[in-house]
Write a protein that binds this ligand. Structure first.
Ligand SMILES: Nc1ncnc2c1ncn2[C@@H]1O[C@H](COP(=O)(O)OP(=O)(O)OP(=O)(O)O)[C@@H](O)[C@H]1O
Length: 503
């Protein structure tokens, strides 16, 4: 690789937009768990065209500490060689080492060619099935890890978001947080609240899609019923923070109500003449791309009003370097919760970590956390973390982008058969937006087709009984519930939350 400046997409529009990226090795699994998240830059590969990896080189570091090599007795001192080839490719040569080298968990070979695009996404290197490293082009930054970070992670994206959170915490302004389902939007809102002067005040999160239009006004702004005052969510938030989740899923009526309230900075509880000033900080979350908002709609005006400060959280697969550390963090958290009496120094097997690093994570961090919980439950009597075969097959890498070329296709909804709809819904994890894209029809048409065909449903159509049964059978795992009930996980979570389940 020549000494080119690699440009990287950045998460926060108005922060620095390019970094120098170099080939970096990040430890994702190591017998000594404290080493997860350490990184080493292959500067000789970057500058001179070749570098090597062995038990004694290079030196990995985090938190500004002095570096140390892998130092694992099962890893050979003889080197694995990285050599620059034409076209930004890298040859990895394992001829002269006794260490078994695997790439992305596949069978061991003596030589591998890594394309530049592989290095962009991150190449998963397994050493003797004990140590797993991610080789990726990353900015030349130190790895800083603090277990007390509300937003945990070592990627430059999470780092930039943490900096942004610190800035936003000091400004008493509304914030808009965008990103796909499960990326950590609510976690980011909580991080801002915790870092702000409002931290001692309530933090209230409201799922707008779960509120029925008929009761929305009373639930949000309060009411006067049967001789007593019922406080709404805005009042309950007091001088704290209110997070209005997934704003695009609320009804247009609700958008209009919120817009009026935000203009007047006050609410009028239903059935009263009383005007109550709003003192809480407002944050919105959205899982939709800004192009998805219809121009001049109340929603777009509402968003414009509230989006003076935005935060975008990228999907987990764009920051694979966070996976090892986050998984270890969630395993420790779940282990403490479930087996407080047992040491939580269980080993993460190399194969498991390779699989986690290569999976496409459509449910993002939430799904990773669910997998960690499931693995901990399944490992009760084991020395190592154990993965249930069903879960293992679910984590097989697949091609999530298979519909992307079809976004320009436009067809009549009438030409979509029930079978095609069902098959596409399944391949898109029952998410309506993705299904609409894949079929080349609008989201509204997908919804109409669901209503039309028998046996095809959304989470809104499920009975409370069915939800309860599936919740118990699947031990509250919403990923499993999604496949069981054949509805989107986002919709399902919304229903669960509105029914008061702990998720
Ligand atoms: N960087 C992070 N560090 C620690 N925990 C995280 C991080 N990101 C997400 N999580 C955890 O992952 C789970 C999902 O995060 P969160 O609920 O914030 O996602 P979201 O983007 O708001 O999802 P949705 O759009 O589906 O509501 C939560 O349990 C959260 O605590």
């Amino acid at each position: 690789m020549s000494a080119t400046e690699y440009t990287t997409k950045h998460v926060v529009d108005d922060l620095v937009s390019s970094y120098q990226r170099v080939p970096m090795l990040v430890i994702a699994a190591h017998p000594d768990r404290s080493r997860i998240g350490e990184r080493a830059a292959l500067m000789d590969l970057y500058n001179e065209g070749s570098d090597y990896l062995s038990r004694i080189k290079p030196e990995f570091a985090k938190n500004g500490n002095a570096g140390r090599a892998l130092l694992d007795e099962f890893i050979s001192r003889s080197p694995i060689i990285f050599q620059r080839e034409s076209g930004g490719r890298i040859k990895l040569k394992a001829h002269s080492t006794k260490t078994t080298v695997t790439i992305a968990g596949r069978g061991a070979q003596d030589e591998y060619i890594l394309k530049e695009s592989d290095l962009d996404n991150g190449v998963v290197i397994g050493l003797n099935h004990r140590i797993v490293l991610l080789l990726k082009l990353l900015p030349l930054q130190d790895s800083s890890v603090d277990d007390n970070d509300v937003l945990f992670g070592i990627s430059s994206d999470i780092r930039a978001i943490r900096n942004r959170v610190a800035q936003l915490a000091g400004m008493d302004l509304p914030v808009m947080i965008r990103g796909a389902a499960g990326v950590g939007k609510q976690q980011a809102a909580y991080a801002i609240h915790q870092a702000s002067e409002r931290r001692e005040q309530p933090f209230i999160s409201v799922n707008l899609a779960a509120i029925h239009d008929a009761v929305a006004e009373a639930e949000l702004f309060g009411s006067y019923r049967g001789g007593s005052r019922q406080p709404g969510y805005f009042e309950q938030a007091g001088s704290g923070t209110i997070v209005l989740e997934d704003i695009e899923d609320a009804s247009p009526g609700l958008h209009r109500l919120l817009y009026t309230v935000l203009q007047s900075k006050s609410v009028v509880p239903v059935g009263t003449e009383e005007t109550l000033p709003i003192t809480c900080r407002i944050m919105l979350t959205s899982h939709q791309d800004s192009r998805g908002f219809e121009e001049n709609s109340t929603l777009s005006m509402l968003i414009e009003k509230l989006s003076a400060y935005q935060l975008f959280i990228p999907p987990l697969t764009e920051r694979r370097e966070d996976i090892g550390l986050l998984f270890d963090y969630f395993v420790r958290e779940q282990w403490r919760k479930l087996y407080a009496d047992r040491s939580h120094d269980v080993k993460i097997p190399g194969e498991l970590m390779s699989q986690l690093l290569t999976f496409h994570w459509p449910g993002n961090v939430r799904q990773l956390r669910n997998v960690a919980r499931q693995v901990v439950i399944d490992s009760r009597e084991q020395e190592q973390l154990h993965l249930d075969p069903q879960l293992l097959s679910m984590l097989k890498p697949s091609n999530p982008g298979h519909w992307e070329d079809e976004t320009s296709v436009h067809r009549k909804p009438n030409s979509v058969s029930r079978d095609e709809l069902l098959e596409t819904l399944r391949s898109c994890r029952f998410e309506l937006q993705a299904t609409a894209k894949a079929l080349g029809i609008s989201r509204a048409s997908v919804y109409q087709l669901i209503q039309r065909f028998e046996g095809v449903r959304t989470a809104q159509d499920l009975s409370e009984e069915e939800i309860k049964k599936s919740y118990e059978q699947n031990r509250s795992d919403t990923e499993k519930m999604m496949w069981d009930l054949q509805v989107s996980q986002i919709g399902l979570r919304r229903r669960l939350k509105s029914l008061g389940y702990d998720i």
